[in-house]
Design a protein around this ligand. Structure first.
Ligand code: UDP
Ligand code: GLC
Length: 382
């Protein structure tokens, strides 16, 4: 049996980290985790019964951004080598190194050379110009072509972007994320009524976005759409996980400027997303760039709520080509119209549509299927 070392770039609870929690629970008897930054993920991993080492990845490495350009990328090189060396020291106890993000992949591929261990990279990102600088893409794809045994992409969209950036097509396989329907099925009418009453929103038309606050997650599109939507209240669930505080401040200011702040409810980061999703009438996914997967879309389908998502990236794979809920990105007017359309749809037709979506999500995106796919990929590395 292989022993696996998972390497995560952040200690925050983003989508890729929530996926990692399910994966490590599956391999708990034969894995350990290195995190390149501490945070709320660490106690969750420990609670799952897994040993965790925090190797602070260094400011330079974690702050390499799309805007950073060549200098920032090059300045991170010494830190990459040092972090790679430290990961290798832990990695020698294991048979496979499994980085869970693009930044973790770079240091892990270096660690793989030091420790002489194969690397399987779980790719949760779209390697496009919208998300990553040219040098970053070139560096990671060139390294991946030479130093990974397999790349596991979370969707066809992520796989295609990897190949378009120069990645070897024979090295990458798709394993879609899986989510647990039971978390949504066990929400009771009592919980929904209680939350509505706590929020003072009983009987109101209610929509929700459920992503970390970040410009490309597009919460601003919903705020801009609200003046066109009389009496619709919006729950903004999620927080600025990766330092995007300015965006959060801008969103709040904009809601005041547009005179809709009494209809926008800031819930911050929540652990009870299934209850909140079952409480809203409509789940919105407003990303302005292609989404690599988008767990919230599948969660909305499992919550048996109509989902509107932007018509790009993996959203199309999740909802299905030509789905009634696909809307153009960064277009508040189109979003407002689509929301009104849903509220105007006869309940019996809506119920039929959400039932179809629920069946699709449960069939195509199960946790068991995801874990079986990862098992298969890891088996090829034995
Ligand atoms: N989420 C959460 N609490 C919040 C907001 C979001 O637990 O307050 C969860 C959400 O339910 C989803 C994940 O965070 O499972 C976000 O994953 P997604 O793939 O949609 O986007 P990412 O942030 O990873 O790009
Ligand atoms: C990343 C992506 C998101 C995806 C998640 C899990 O955070 O941005 O689209 O759902 O990883 O794969």
């Amino acid at each position: 049996m292989q022993r696996i070392l998972f390497i995560g770039q952040t200690g925050e609870l983003g989508g890729a980290e929530l996926v990692l929690l399910d994966i490590v629970s599956h391999y708990r008897d034969r894995c350990e985790v290195v995190l390149l930054a501490d945070g709320p993920l660490r106690p969750r991993l420990l609670a799952a019964g897994v040993s965790v080492t925090v190797i602070a990845g260094g400011k330079n490495l974690l702050e390499v951004s799309r805007q950073g350009g060549r200098l920032q990328t090059l300045a991170s090189a010494p830190q990459v080598l040092k972090t790679g060396w430290r990961i290798a020291a832990v990695g020698r106890r294991c048979d496979v190194l499994y980085p869970n993000s693009q930044k973790a992949a770079i240091v892990t591929m270096i660690a793989g050379i030091f420790a002489r261990r194969p690397v399987v990279w779980h790719l949760h990102d779209i390697l496009s110009a919208e998300h990553f600088g040219k040098l970053q893409r070139l560096a990671v794809v060139t390294l991946a072509n030479h130093m990974t045994r397999r790349v596991i992409a979370n969707s066809g969209a992520s796989r295609d972007a990897f190949v378009a950036a120069g990645g070897r097509p024979d090295r990458v396989g798709v394993v879609a994320n899986g989510l647990n329907p039971a978390l949504f099925d066990c929400v009771t009418d009592g919980q929904i009524a209680r939350l509505r009453s706590e929020l003072g929103l009983t009987g109101k038309r209610l929509v929700g976005v459920f992503s970390r606050l970040s410009p490309w997650k597009g919460q601003h599109v919903l705020i801009e759409a609200l003046p066109r939507l009389a009496d619709v209240h919006a729950l903004i669930v999620g927080d600025a996980l990766f330092g995007e505080i300015e965006y959060k401040t801008m969103l709040m200011r904009r809601a005041v400027e547009l005179g809709v702040s009494d209809r926008v409810h800031w819930l911050g980061f929540r652990d009870d997303v299934p209850v909140i999703m079952r409480t809203v009438d409509l789940v919105l996914h407003t990303s302005t760039s292609a989404e690599p997967f988008g767990r919230v879309i599948v969660e909305g389908m499992l919550a048996r709520r109509p989902v509107l998502a932007t018509n790009m990236g993996a959203s199309i794979e999740l909802l299905g080509e030509g789905h009634w809920g696909l809307v153009p990105p960064d277009d508040p007017m189109a979003l407002a119209e689509a929301i009104e359309r849903i509220f105007a749809t006869p309940p019996s037709i809506l119920a039929q549509r959400v039932a179809e979506d629920h069946r699709r999500a449960a069939r195509m995106f199960s946790v068991d299927e995801m874990l079986a796919g990862i098992d298969r990929e890891l088996a090829t590395v034995c």
